[in-house]
Design a protein around this ligand. Structure first.
Ligand code: AMP
Length: 147
């Protein structure tokens, strides 16, 4: 049985690990799917948050969701990209984590999510916590323990 030394991993805060909102690629409510696909493709991410002008989180948009929404019976209807808006197709039911939550709570959620959206007490978007960041920290602790 390995016990994690305190201060090494479980005492880390979300604030210390998250990517702050100003560095998170996102789209806004009202943007069309053409714009969203452009941001997704240019950023290289598969999914990004959908925010309103006040930085409240409304959902996530991804390349598979967009492609599925323009899939016709016989062809991909690219001309629809311009007319559809992100809020019509985005995934609205997503895990939202308070910035005060513990890293162990995040770890549990990250088993099934590539990243978590972090909100403050007023429900404003603060940033994201990618699974890779948390695994990186855990990897450092495990390597230390082995030495
Ligand atoms: P990573 O673990 O760094 O590969 O990130 C996992 C996922 O988190 C990516 O596929 C994106 O969906 C999201 N992500 C990571 N960094 C950013 C960022 N700066 N802006 C928007 N989304 C991000």
């Amino acid at each position: 049985m390995i016990s994690l030394p305190s201060g090494e991993f479980l005492d880390l805060t979300i604030n210390q690990l998250m990517i702050p909102s100003e560095r998170v690629a996102h789209v806004q409510m009202g943007n069309n799917l053409e714009h969203a696909l452009l941001v997704l493709t240019k950023s290289g991410y598969t999914a990004i948050p959908v925010l309103d002008p006040h930085y409240k989180l409304h959902g996530l948009i991804s390349t598979p969701i967009i492609m599925d929404s323009i899939l016709g019976l016989e062809r991909i209807e690219f001309e629809q990209l311009e007319n559809k808006r992100v809020e019509e197709v985005m995934k609205s039911s997503i895990p939202r984590v308070a910035i005060s939550a513990s890293i162990s709570e995040c770890l549990e959620l990250l088993v099934n999510q590539p990243f978590l959206c972090i909100e403050n007490e007023e429900g404003y978007f603060e940033g994201i916590l990618p699974r890779s960041t948390v695994l990186n920290q855990l990897d450092k602790v495990v390597k230390k323990l082995k030495n």
